[in-house]
Write a protein that binds this ligand. Structure first.
Ligand code: C2O
Ligand code: CU
Length: 524
């Protein structure tokens, strides 16, 4: 469809959506405190994240509360923070530790704490309806978290992520394995990537009763590193810097490169180290989608700075810089070897099973309501009638239809994960896997759906290895918990079903999760 035709359809669609929006908007109502208040009066100013070391048996309080912070809006706006920090504090725990996190809710909404990727007890997973109930405003709840795996994890609410996570509630968890005696370690730097949608000097409005922008997700117009546009860090000339990268955006996939670096090595993905670090250059590109993590070692130049760059086929945008400053740095010359040796041993049993037939196929699909369906290229029956459509772009780097998307909610679009064996969809899916089994699961992202796009699929409570994507075998396996499935592709994952319980799996585009794209599986 040509742009002009599409624009005309969008205009029609928008006027009907606007009417629907007006009709459902609540009236002014009584003078109850407004949960959606946007004022900053009296709010403390957000601080940059601190690193907090927690020993085995420690207790730590995380308070979620409003703060004033400027995510590129031009002035501080009302955001949410853990312990006054945007992003939240980086929690650092030794492998094998158990800690108690006391979550205090000073938000005007229910919230929870979800330890993303952490193989914790199902009861502590922070998913209302499956584990503890949500914590009401003013309430406190204790989460007992255990950390069996070394790697990079993170925490965020599992209630209306489209709003709560977007407004600042996300933090890293780094779990340290044992260090070989005398092993030198690089300088470390957390790098939480995000974007933010600024409109009229504030956050673009969120859907009150249901997440808006449910079609393609909420893409921001400002890019953030560690909660700030144009973030800058420093390191010594020539130093090795280990970046712990998280994509905490609602919808955006980043493709990173590091112009100015002497070299870049890929060290780890999600919850696990690669068997062997992969050597790259300043021009190598590293993909990270919502919920995924990457550990990258950047070798600083002798002078000058390293740019943290996001490039798509259409645009190049810089997220921040690492400036080399001070005397030439010490620190590790090479990547420490011990975590990689442990990863090789730990991955071997799963890799040996990754060629076995898939025991489950989960299809990724979408059903559009009549208004959106008529505006999509190819019309309501695009997949079946008319001329064949060209193959979808594997990744949507930006919102292709921001106006159409803006007011779309779960009432207009249902995102679907379907168990191919039974046809059951989303929360109706029932699958039980034997505890201790290694199971291949095929994630099939239908390329002929009404709106094919990428989906970062996350399994709670377990770890997996990506065996292949689009039929191409993965030559850099590592333990993961989230995998990006490009539009029209299959991803085959080999799951270590070791952690008992009933667990959620879902797309990590916040708005897709809110528009249905989740199911559960049981390990028993
Ligand atoms: Cu990062 Cu179900 O979550
Ligand atoms: Cu999705």
């Amino acid at each position: 469809m040509r742009r002009s035709t599409r624009a005309a359809l969008l205009a029609t669609l928008l006027s009907s959506l606007a009417l629907a929006g007006c009709a459902s908007k609540p009236g002014p109502g009584p003078a109850a405190p407004d949960a959606w208040d946007r004022s900053v009066a009296g709010l403390p100013t957000a601080r940059a994240p601190e690193q907090v070391r927690l020993a085995d048996g420690a207790s730590y309080r995380l308070t979620a509360a409003p703060v004033a912070h400027d995510p590129g809006a031009g002035a501080p706006i009302r955001m949410f923070a853990y312990n006054g920090q945007v992003p939240g504090p980086t929690l650092r725990v030794p492998q094998g530790a158990s800690v108690a996190i006391e979550l205090e809710n000073r938000l005007p909404f229910n919230t929870t704490l979800h330890g993303h990727g952490v193989r914790l007890d199902a009861a502590e997973d922070g998913v209302p309806g499956l584990s503890q109930p949500a914590v009401p405003p003013g309430g406190t709840s204790r989460y007992r978290l255990r950390f069996p795996d070394e790697g990079v994890f993170w925490y965020h609410p599992h209630v209306r992520e489209d709003t709560q996570q977007d407004l600042g509630l996300a933090g890293l968890i780094i779990v340290d394995g044992p260090r070989a005696p005398g092993e030198a370690w690089p300088r470390e730097q957390a790098l939480v990537l995000d974007d933010f949608l600024v409109q009229g000097g504030d956050a673009a409005p969120y859907g009150r009763d249901a997440a808006s922008r449910a079609l393609t997700g909420r893409f921001g117009n400002v890019l953030l590193a560690n909660g700030r546009p144009g973030w800058e860090g420093t390191a010594a000339p020539g130093e090795r810097v280990r970046l712990y990268v998280l994509d905490a955006a609602n919808a955006r996939t980043f493709r990173l490169s590091f112009p100015g670096a002497q070299a870049v090595q890929w060290i780890a993905a999600d919850g696990g180290y690669l068997g062997t670090p992969r050597n790259g250059t300043s021009a190598s590109q590293f993909l990270v989608s919502p919920g995924e993590r990457l550990v990258l070692d950047v070798l600083m130049p002798e002078r000058g700075s390293v740019t943290i760059r996001h490039s798509t086929p259409d645009a190049v945008r810089d997220l921040g810089w690492l400036a080399s400053r001070g005397p030439p740095g010490g620190g590790a010359a090479d990547a420490p070897e011990s975590p990689h040796a442990r990863a090789r041993a730990s991955l071997a049993p799963a890799l040996a099973r990754s060629k076995e037939p898939a025991q489950a196929t989960w299809e990724l699909d979408v059903r559009l309501g009549p208004m959106l369906a008529s505006a999509m290229p190819g019309g309501p029956h695009g997949a079946h009638g008319g001329a064949p459509r060209p193959p979808p772009a594997p990744i949507e780097w930006e919102d292709p239809a921001p106006d159409m998307n803006a007011n779309a909610t779960a009432a207009d679009v249902l995102w679907i994960v379907r168990d191919a064996a039974t046809g059951s969809e989303n929360m109706a899916i029932q699958r039980t896997f034997e505890r201790g089994s290694v199971v291949n699961v095929l994630l099939r992202n239908l390329g002929n759906s009404s709106h094919p796009m990428q989906h970062p699929i996350h399994l709670h409570g377990q770890r997996f290895v990506v065996a292949s994507v689009g039929g191409v075998p993965n030559d850099a396996p590592a333990w993961k918990d989230t995998v990006l499935v490009p539009a029209g592709s299959d991803a085959l994952i080999t799951v270590d079903m070791a952690n008992p319980g009933r667990w959620l799996f879902h797309c990590h585009i916040s708005e897709h999760l809110e528009a249905g794209m989740m199911g559960t599986f049981t390990v028993a």
